[in-house]
Design a protein around this ligand. Structure first.
Ligand code: ZN
Ligand code: ZN
Length: 379
């Protein structure tokens, strides 16, 4: 086979619109002002990346109305300077050998911070107690919930373009590798070939561990690829994605290998109709719960509601699973710029399963499908 073209490297260097880093911190500072927070300590690494462009595994950011202070260790001395400069974020960088929290605390006290927020979802109990009893004893420590995650809901043009490219790589990889399903590979072998093809096409990494679930294994929504050989008559659930510059894609296709018989074909048709109903339900102002209900109704009408074992979808961005959740319990309202999946499925023990999933961008007029692969492929 000829060397596969690299999707990303063959495109111009400025293929992605820039991301709006400066506006992100400004929006955060206004939100903090509204919430009465003088300072916020950002410890969630995804949120840190969102605000600064820093991609390393150790760093803390202090945000106040006056300045931004980033603290990391010697491993990231050069990388942090380069990445933060590339993002165009105006902040002070301190590289320390140990205990970045105490440097952050000192800076917060020096800046006259009275009310300091910690990110409740990413701070351990031990760290919170240390902040309270040792690091920041003169002011008030506040638990914050999802403040930056809320800013991340609406993707800017640069983010949407990266997710779109990640989706295109996943589409193309499946298109190229799909014929292999007819040659009797094991689930592991097929998964590895799909993964390798995404990397060759320019993915920086996989979005998550690829799921290949054939025959009866398809009844488990999060099956790990096994040594089972894929054979004629199987439905094969393939759930996978590519990563581009930190941004994920997420898609599932269920491929019919040869003649799968009327019952499995019926499952496929029901999920296809359900997924279509979910996509058509997406427009700005609709609640995520309504999208879930649209998918669920089609499956219920076919008498398979008990076999739809999970919620309809989730947000996708710097995290593979993020807000807004698309479920019956979700209170989210979809807005232009949200990126969500629609992924109904049915799973029958010992018989098999079907799931079909697209990643979609909510637009002013409805939604833009970022996943474009045919939804009902067969061999
Ligand atoms: Zn998926
Ligand atoms: Zn998903």
């Amino acid at each position: 086979m000829a060397v596969t073209e690299n999707f990303i490297e063959n495109l111009p260097a400025d293929m992605f619109p820039p991301m709006e880093f400066t506006q992100r911190t400004q929006r955060l500072q206004s939100r903090m002002q509204r919430d009465g927070l003088d300072g916020l300590v950002v410890t969630n690494l995804t949120n840190l990346r969102y605000l600064t462009g820093f991609t390393g595994s150790a760093g803390v950011l202090l945000v106040t109305q006056g300045e931004l202070l980033f603290v990391s260790d010697g491993r990231y001395r050069d990388q942090s300077v380069a990445e933060i400069a590339a993002a165009g974020v105006d902040l002070r960088i301190e590289i320390v050998a140990a205990d970045p929290d105490s440097v952050i605390a000192e800076a917060a006290l020096h800046a006259g911070v009275d009310s300091l927020g910690l990110e409740a979802q990413s701070v351990t109990w031990a760290a919170q107690q240390r902040w309270q009893s040792e690091l920041f004893t003169t002011g008030e420590i506040t638990a914050t919930h999802g403040v930056i995650e809320e800013l991340r809901l609406i993707k800017d043009a640069g983010e949407a373009a990266r997710i779109r490219a990640a989706c295109a790589i996943a589409d193309e990889a499946l298109l190229q590798v799909r014929p292999r399903l007819g040659e009797g590979p094991t689930e592991v072998e097929f998964g590895l070939e799909l993964d390798a093809r995404m990397r060759t096409l320019g993915a920086a990494d996989l979005s998550f561990e690829t799921i290949v679930a054939s025959g009866p294994n398809g009844a488990k929504p999060h099956h790990h690829p096994s040594s089972r050989q894929i054979r004629e008559g199987d439905l094969v659930v393939i759930d996978f994605g590519a990563l581009i510059d930190g941004y994920h894609s997420d898609m599932t296709r269920t491929v019919a290998v040869g003649d799968v018989g009327p019952d499995r074909q019926n499952m496929l048709d029901v999920v296809l109709a359900s997924q279509q109903a979910g996509v058509e339900a997406i427009y700005p102002g609709v609640s995520a719960a309504e999208v879930d209900a649209a998918c669920r109704q089609v499956i219920a009408e076919a008498g398979l509601e008990e076999a739809f074992l999970h919620s309809t979808g989730h947000g996708v961005g710097l995290d593979i699973h993020e807000e807004p959740r698309v479920s019956s319990r979700s209170t989210a309202i979809l807005r232009p710029g949200h990126v969500v999946t629609v992924e109904p499925g049915v799973y029958l023990p010992e018989f098999g399963g079907v799931r079909i999933e697209d990643t979609l961008l909510v637009t002013d007029g409805g939604c833009d499908r970022l996943t474009l692969a045919p939804k009902n492929p067969s061999l």
